[in-house]
Design a protein around this ligand. Structure first.
Ligand SMILES: [Fe+2]
Length: 265
C-alpha cells in the first residue's frame, strides 16, 4: 500500500468518526493519482451534502424548540383561562389559586424537585379547585356560618368534579392527581379517596400545606386573615394528622426567610 493510499484511508476513517476536516481536499488536485483524486472528490462531495443536511436539521430543531415553547406558553395560558372561569363565579378562588400555586412552587423548589415536577405542582395549584365551578350559588355565599350537611357534601365532591373536568387534558400530566388529592389527610380521614401517608402523591401533600396556609392568612368577608406566625402555629397543630410534618417545616422556614410575597412564574 502506498503512503498516499494509507493517508487517504486514515482521513476516511476520521470522516467516518465524524471529523469533517478538509484534509481530503488536497487529494482532489491535479497531479494526484486518478483513482485517489476520484475517491477524494466523491468523499468531498459527500461531506458537503452531509453538512448541508446537518445544517437543515439544526434549523428544524431550532424551529421545533420555538414551536414547543409556543405550545407550552399556550398551555399555561389555557390553564390560567380555565382558572379564570372559576374566578368569574367566585373572586376569592381565583386569587387563592394563584397564591396556592406560588406557595406550592416555592415549597417544591426548596425540596430540590426537578423543573418539570415544580411546573406540574404549579399547574395543580392553579387548577386544584376548578371542580368548584359546578357548585350551586349557595356554596359561594361567603357568610362564614357553618355549612349545612347538604352544602358540606357538595363541597366534598369538588376534587372528583376537578377530575371529571381535567381528565382529558394530557398536557397537565401528574398535576391531575395532585389536584384531585389536595384534600387527602395523612391519617386517612381526608377525601375523596381516604388515602394515607405516602399513598398521597407528594405534589398533593405540597398543595395541601399551601392551601391551608393561604386559607388561614386570607381575609374573608366574615373574618380577618391570621398573620404569618399565627398561621404557622395552626400548621404545626395540624401536621402529622393532616399535613406532612417535614413539608410543614420546610414551608415555614421558606416563608419566614423570604416572606409571603409570591415569586414570579
Ligand atoms: Fe379545595
Amino acid at each position: 500500500m502506498t503512503d498516499t493510499v494509507h493517508k487517504v484511508i486514515t482521513i476516511l476513517e476520521n470522516i467516518a468518526k465524524g471529523d469533517y476536516s478538509n484534509d481530503i481536499m488536497k487529494y482532489t488536485t491535479r497531479g494526484q493519482d486518478e483513482d485517489i483524486r476520484r475517491i477524494a472528490e466523491a468523499v468531498g462531495m459527500m461531506m458537503v451534502r452531509v453538512e448541508a443536511r446537518e445544517y437543515n436539521l439544526q434549523l428544524m430543531v431550532g424551529q421545533l424548540q420555538k414551536l414547543n415553547k409556543t405550545i407550552k406558553k399556550n398551555a399555561i395560558q389555557t390553564i390560567r383561562t380555565i382558572a379564570k372561569a372559576l374566578g368569574a363565579r367566585d373572586e376569592y378562588t381565583e386569587g387563592h389559586a394563584e397564591r396556592v400555586a406560588n406557595y406550592s412552587k416555592r415549597l417544591a423548589c426548596c425540596m430540590g424537585l426537578s423543573k418539570d415536577q415544580v411546573h406540574f405542582i404549579w399547574v395543580a395549584g392553579i387548577l386544584h379547585d376548578i371542580g368548584k365551578i359546578g357548585f350551586s350559588d349557595k356554596v359561594f355565599e361567603d357568610t362564614g356560618s357553618r355549612f349545612s350537611d347538604e352544602i358540606f357534601s357538595e363541597i366534598r365532591l369538588h376534587p372528583v368534579q376537578t377530575f371529571e373536568i381535567l381528565k382529558d387534558l394530557e398536557f397537565i400530566g401528574p398535576a391531575l392527581d395532585y389536584a384531585v388529592s389536595h384534600h387527602e389527610k395523612l391519617d386517612g380521614t381526608g377525601y375523596p379517596d381516604g388515602l394515607k401517608g405516602e399513598q398521597i402523591p407528594m405534589g398533593a401533600r405540597i398543595l395541601a400545606v399551601a392551601d391551608c396556609f393561604d386559607a388561614i392568612t386570607t381575609t374573608r368577608s366574615y373574618r380577618a386573615g391570621r398573620n404569618m406566625e399565627e398561621a404557622f402555629d395552626i400548621l404545626e397543630q395540624i401536621k402529622g394528622n393532616h399535613l406532612d410534618p417535614s413539608l410543614v417545616a420546610i414551608f415555614i422556614k421558606e416563608i419566614r426567610e423570604n416572606g409571603m410575597e409570591t415569586i414570579e412564574n
